[in-house]
Design a protein around this ligand. Sequence first.
Ligand SMILES: Nc1ncnc2c1ncn2[C@@H]1O[C@H](COP(=O)(O)OP(=O)(O)OP(=O)(O)O)[C@@H](O)[C@H]1O
Length: 233
Amino acid sequence: MQQPVIHIQNLNHYFGQGQLRKQVLFDVNLEIFSGEIVIMTGPSGSGKTTLLSLIGGLRSAQAGHLQVLNQELCGANKSQLVQVRRNIGYIFQAHNLLKFLTAQQNVQMSIELQENMSYQEVQEKSAAILETVGLGNRVNYYPEDLSGGQKQRVAIARALVSRPQLVLADEPTAALDSKSGRDVVELMQQLAKEQGTTILLVTHDNRILDVADRIVHMEDGQLAQNTKLATAV
Ligand SMILES: Nc1ncnc2c1ncn2[C@@H]1O[C@H](COP(=O)(O)OP(=O)(O)OP(=O)(O)O)[C@@H](O)[C@H]1O
């Protein structure tokens, strides 16, 4: 049987110490397989971003089991977390582009950090993916000269250029109008299907739920499983 890309069992998470200690994730269980697009919905404060940051190795998992790309992250050390992060692409609500780098340089940086490649190859790869996301004529633009949707497309190009096995996206359409939001997720879907990437996407945006293969719902730190598309919309 296929190994899940993400395998979570009885995951609990707490913030704060002593009397201020507060549990925010309760016995979370989730399996996500290669090539799946899973959307996580749920009210504000329910724990979605916390779960995403644990899966992404951006925060240390405390209790339970959290296996990502065959690495147990509960109790993992710094270098194990860094190793897992290398195989994950991140897309956030705010695109987080570096404003003093052009679109192409922003994308290039992500490859240079990860792979041993000649400068020419890096340039070719970054130009090619910007072309794919429809920004072939904007490669030398700085973020401030791009629209919100264009900046988010650069962020997608940056997250996917190294062909990560897993992409984690937190509200990638939040800052976009409905047309740009739709374009951006369809692009993620298309690139992921081409590259066999697994996507876990957190959103409040009901208009994009149909790109998911599966929807899971977080409520008060608990994850409801396998919501059917038809009932969730
Ligand atoms: N660093 C932190 N320290 C203490 N409490 C935190 C911290 N980060 C989040 N929390 C709390 O954990 C709970 C879950 O927050 P989280 O950001 O994961 O929710 P969310 O579902 O992503 O919300 P939103 O949709 O508004 O982004 C909230 O009660 C929040 O106040």
